[in-house]
Ligand binder design. Structure first.
Ligand SMILES: [Zn+2]
Length: 512
């Protein structure tokens, strides 16, 4: 049995969650659910990054304390992820003094002992939008290209992490142990290393940043985002502490960080260097996703095209599966994707409602009417076909090609619909008719298992309607798809199908 530790980025709760957060959490959740049904021992962590200047400033603007602000906003993230069926084992908050701060401060002390933290007077250009020091070469006509404002010149004392000496070590690490997926993102990161690395500011004076974790032994300094936020991946496991958690998910598991392309370099460069000097092994995989546009354009308040995750959920009556299906099948892992209301309605109607839902319903209605007892014809052709379907599906997941995996299933469903019309069981009678219906029931059983990581509640509903005895357990974290279940006719105690009902109802509003 493999062990897996999967994390997402921790979200910045200065405002409500957006579609970018959803894309990342759904991607990670699909992978995690696949690992679980494969029988892996999995720990899945998400959370919030609650400190920093932007939270402090937003709180000042709203005339509340930063603490009040995050207590108000963090539940927005937690509620949304619950509605989306994100099956995290732990939601780590960086404001959690008990769980998080102790690990962070221990890590800081280890870095200090290793001699890689140095206090310097620093004069630099600070962009408050980016919330970090920028260099002249980051600027376009003297302004931050992301925020359109000129950075302020700031002179202050900072603790620095000596990253500049790690260039060669990181090159070796990224070529061997620490894999960046997809590979074109790896090339981008290696390109950064050819220019060499600069040391990184690891703290700021308390006078400019008060909402954060104090530097151990230097109360006038507050930790800057790197040591605070990145360390959540360890603190949630109780690392360096005697908290009742499980640090072996780092030491003795495959560690996969799922993050957006904007923070790739911090995870690829700063984080493993920090771990090295704290005596902790590097993570195994960095899975990088792109951004989501809206109707082909960058989502922005000015354009008024910001898609709210709650609106998408409400559009489908609170069912998260159409959105999960859309993101998995429309956005190739690693690339940017687009959200379009027209396209999600089209996909819902064609793939989920007409192809999948209809197929299931046609088979079940006939099975029920004829009162067919399940008996699966064991032919070599079907045996081999099912082995091949699972082989391709597992291979797609092995390369994190989720789009390929789900499209394989939808293409199969399309073929099934065509095959059902060709077989035309309604023209047959007796055993011939029952045989065809049982074959299609068995194919749909495999489809429902393959769809389980992507659209869990709908996949389970399919299995319930098919009358499978394991259906009730399919959403449990310890539900495993056994080798027998992956075989043609592999479920021996399956006797009859259950009650058919509409899996995907028609959309209330016409396509806009
Ligand atoms: Zn900026």
């Amino acid at each position: 049995m493999s062990r897996q530790y999967v994390t997402t980025a921790i979200d910045y709760p200065n405002a409500a969650p957006h579609m970018g957060h959803v894309l990342e959490k759904v991607l990670a959740d699909v992978i995690v659910r696949y690992f679980r049904v494969r029988g892996d021992d999995v720990r899945f962590q998400i959370g919030t990054d609650e400190h920093g200047i932007k939270i402090q400033q937003q709180a000042e603007k709203e005339k509340v304390t930063p603490s009040v602000l995050v207590e108000r906003n963090v539940p927005l993230f937690q509620d949304l992820y619950a509605k989306l069926g994100i099956s995290a084992d732990i939601f780590m908050r960086t404001s959690d003094k008990q769980m998080h701060w102790e690990t962070v401060q221990k890590l800081w002390e280890k870095l200090q002992k290793a001699g890689v933290l140095e206090k310097r007077t620093y004069t630099g250009l600070y962009c408050s939008g980016c919330e970090r020091f920028v260099t002249k070469k980051d600027l376009v006509e003297g302004k931050c290209p992301d925020h359109g404002v000129a950075p302020q010149e700031v002179k202050e004392e900072n603790w620095f992490f000596v990253l500049s000496k790690e260039t060669e070590w990181l090159k070796g690490l990224l070529k061997k142990e620490y894999t960046i997926i997809p590979s074109f993102r790896e090339n981008e990161t290696l390109a950064l290393l050819t220019q060499g690395l600069e040391d990184v500011s690891f703290s700021r004076p308390k006078s400019s940043l008060s909402w954060g974790i104090p530097v151990p032994g230097d109360t006038e300094q507050t930790m800057y985002v790197w040591c605070d936020a990145l360390t959540n991946y360890l603190s949630g496991l109780g690392y360096f502490t005697d908290h009742d958690a499980d640090a072996t998910y780092w030491d003795d598991a495959t560690v996969t960080h799922v993050i957006g392309k904007d923070i790739a370099r911090f995870h690829a460069l700063i984080w493993p260097a920090m771990l090295k000097h704290a005596g902790v092994r590097a993570p195994d995989q960095l899975l990088i996703h792109g951004f989501l546009t809206s109707e082909g354009q960058k989502m922005s308040k000015t354009l008024g095209n910001v898609v709210k995750p709650d609106d998408v959920l409400a559009h489908f009556g609170g069912n998260p599966d159409p959105l999960r299906f859309y993101l998995s099948s429309e956005v190739p892992v690693g690339n940017d994707g687009d959200f379009s209301w027209k396209r999600i309605d089209e996909l819902y109607d064609s793939k989920l409602r007409n192809q999948l839902g209809n197929m299931l319903n046609r088979v079940l209605v006939m099975m029920k009417k004829d009162d067919v007892k399940i008996s699966i014809n064991d032919t070599a052709a079907f045996r081999d076909q099912i082995i091949e379907e699972w082989k391709q599906y597992d291979a797609a997941f092995a390369g994190f090609e989720l789009q390929k995996a789900i499209q394989q299933v939808t293409v199969w469903i399309d073929r099934m619909n065509a095959g059902f019309n060709t077989s035309a069981p309604w023209k047959l009678a007796g055993a011939a008719r029952a045989n065809v219906l049982c074959e299609f029931s068995e194919m749909l059983r495999h489809v429902s298992l393959m769809l389980l990581p992507f659209i869990p509640t709908s996949a389970q509903a399919m299995s319930v309607q098919l009358g499978l005895s394991y259906a009730g357990k399919m959403l449990d974290k310890n539900f495993v798809i056994t080798n027998e279940m992956k075989q043609w006719g592999g479920v021996k105690d399956w006797k009859t199908v259950g009650e058919p009902s509409i899996l995907f109802p028609p959309l209330p509003k016409p396509l806009s």
